[in-house]
Design a protein around this ligand. Sequence first.
Ligand code: AHR
Length: 508
Amino acid sequence: MTASRARAVLDLDVTGVIISKHLYGHFAEHLGRCIYGGFYVGEDSPIPNQGGIRSDVVEALRALQIPNLRWPGGCFADEYHWRDGIGHKADRPRMVNTHWGNVEENNHFGTHEFMALCELLGAEPYVNGNVGSGTVREMSEWVEYLTRDGDSPMVALRKANGRERPWRVPFWGIGNEAWGCGGRMRAETYADEARRYATFCRDHGENRLYRIAAGAADDDLSWTRALMQAVSCLGCVAEPRGIFQGISFHYYTHAGNGIAKDSATAFSDQQYYATMVHAADIDRVIAGHSAVMDSYDPRRRIGLVCDEWGTWWQVEPETNPGFLYQQNTLRDALVAGLHFDIFHKHAARLRMANIAQTVNVLQAMILTDEDGGMVRTPSYHVFEMNKGHQDARQVPVHLIDQPAARRANGEELELISVSASSRNDRALISITNLDLESDTTVQLGLRGRPVDDVRARVLTADQPDAHNSQARPDAVVPVALDVAHQDGVLTATLPRHSFATVELQLVQ
Ligand code: AHR
């Protein structure tokens, strides 16, 4: 079969806004085997660990340069009481994790363990406070415990638990999904609560909190509007940094018929394309939230934060339905590639995004098993291949020719997606070929700056349901991709269902 053709032109000397590294953020909830058995195995485990945190998982994740990690939920955040997770482990009270599997939570992974994990990963902490079943005082004291120096009741408690210096905590979530598991509130009620809670989450010493109000599901723009109205009040505007600095929304991808309806690995071509249509629709959703925010905040002081995104499939057979453990195939990786192109495009308003979730839950980077095995998923490789976009500047890409769009679920799906960025003497181009049938020869015209060196990699497999396993950990891994470079034009053939990155060394 002959390859389809696509052509794009890149203006390497025209740079746009910075693509915040925080668009590559992560999310770790007390859910299934994300924390226990995923990140954390306890000090006495035969699996190599540092203070109970799995060394192999940390090593694998360090290669992704994770910029921030959100914890402890999700829905779990709104039933988590942080004081239960400090002090001697044997004395920590137990609780029931009612959202996720109704299992016992022993609180052995708490505040100190999370901060240690962030330090090991080199990630900035994003702590999500409890609005649903907590109190303003509880949240306020958690901030004090973590970030205050000198002398105070919470500082004394922290020191008694072995930590002298305060930690730096840049990101703070004011509850989660307040319209649902976070308290089933109406938008206006939550907006008032968010103002109240945010007021008492103080900036202690040098620590500056970026407070994130719990936002909408998908394209519920009325929720975003209510929050924007809430921060546009007279007293709020007078606050130099506003009352909260970010507003979140959540967006999960499925095959268009509701979450958890489809298998992660057994899917038809029609389901594959329906998945991509749904993934691509996040473009419209971000544009909608951004437009609402623009009308209240044209200077873009408040950031949009997609602090949960990813695919949501049926759990793997014979696993606890409340644990959300799903397999991760090449299809998931292509969803990630497509999302990142869209995130880059909206970088002026979208300041942070968090994949749900890092280990063993939903669209994971890492899958572990009980006897110590660990596998990097296809999605992991997209995060690794794309890390050069973190804190680089957008480069305009003009896609001037591409294969005919595919119709799926009543929508048109463009089969080629491209985004690019540059920093100093380097540029990075990401290309996703969603076509299941045809390879595509892509020509990239490079304008504006001469190029010294070109290196490219591609992630693909014979079938879109290919995935990595203990038996075949390298079934889907990036390999070198041939690129011809002549007179400022790059030509590469992207296999069907593939994701590729092209790294350019620019002449200074
Ligand atoms: O990521 C799993 C769950 O999805 C989160 O706990 C919740 O916020 C969302 O509904």
